[in-house]
Design a protein around this ligand. Structure first.
Ligand SMILES: Nc1nc2c(ncn2[C@@H]2O[C@H](COP(=O)(O)OP(=O)(O)OP(=O)(O)O)[C@@H](O)[C@H]2O)c(=O)[nH]1
Ligand SMILES: [Zn+2]
Length: 195
């Protein structure tokens, strides 16, 4: 897509979203013209576009060639990558941390790219389990790693602010691929690292 076309698309998406937010606010019985709310539809649209910007990104673009040759075969672990996502059921935030371990196969990935991969999938409408798998698959795709493990711990606002209203529950999801799945000692090493 050309730059002009994508700018136009983003603009019309913004206008559509703003109009929908205006309708939502009116449906709540609020006065859309009062001072505090006058700019809220455009602000909310901009915020929602930011919170879902992962839809505009691709793995290739965010990795940007930052895959380096290396002959290390030991596990690399990146811990405590914070994430902010929106659950696809209620569009309310879930917030947590992602831990990634991988066993390189001749290539390592630039450190910041793990966080970018997490963000690319978190900034969409998600369920935690699918996001965990998508991150693991992306790391295999980008590096050809022999194994990868991804663990996400998160708290879901849809369980805290509403619904069952449980303030202290959190969910842990994990996906292990390749050697991380098949080799018990690798998996234990990873889990030991993130404990
Ligand atoms: N497995 C999983 N479930 C999620 C996630 N985010 C939200 N949910 C759940 O999705 C379910 C949707 O259930 P429904 O019964 O259709 O919706 P609801 O009436 O709003 O459900 P309650 O939250 O129980 O009030 C709820 O159990 C949520 O807790 C997630 O990332 N993973
Ligand atoms: Zn939810």
């Amino acid at each position: 897509m050309t730059d002009n076309l994508s700018k136009h698309k983003a603009l019309s998406e913004h206008e559509t979203l703003s109009a929908h937010y205006r309708a939502i606010i009116e449906s709540l019985g609020e006065d859309i013209h009062r001072d505090g709310l006058a700019d809220t539809p455009t602000r909310a649209a901009k915020a929602m576009q930011y919170l879902t910007r992962g839809y505009q990104q691709s793995l290739e673009e965010i990795v940007n060639g930052a895959v380096f040759e290396s002959d290390i075969s030991e596990m690399v672990v990146i811990k405590d990558i914070e994430l902010y996502s929106l659950c696809e059921h209620h569009m309310l935030p879930f917030i947590g941390k992602c831990h990634i371990g991988y066993i390189p196969n001749g290539k390592v990935l630039g450190l910041s790219k793990f966080a970018r991969i997490v963000d690319m999938f978190a900034r969409r409408l998600q369920i935690q389990e699918n996001m965990t798998k998508q991150i693991a698959d992306a790391i295999i795709e980008a590096t050809g790693a022999k194994g990868v493990g991804v663990v996400i711990e998160a708290q879901h606002m849809c369980m805290m602010m509403r619904g069952v209203e449980k303030q202290n529950s959190s969910m842990t999801s994990s996906v292990m691929l390749g050697l991380m799945r098949d080799n018990l000692s690798s998996r234990e090493e990873f889990l030991q690292f993130i404990r």
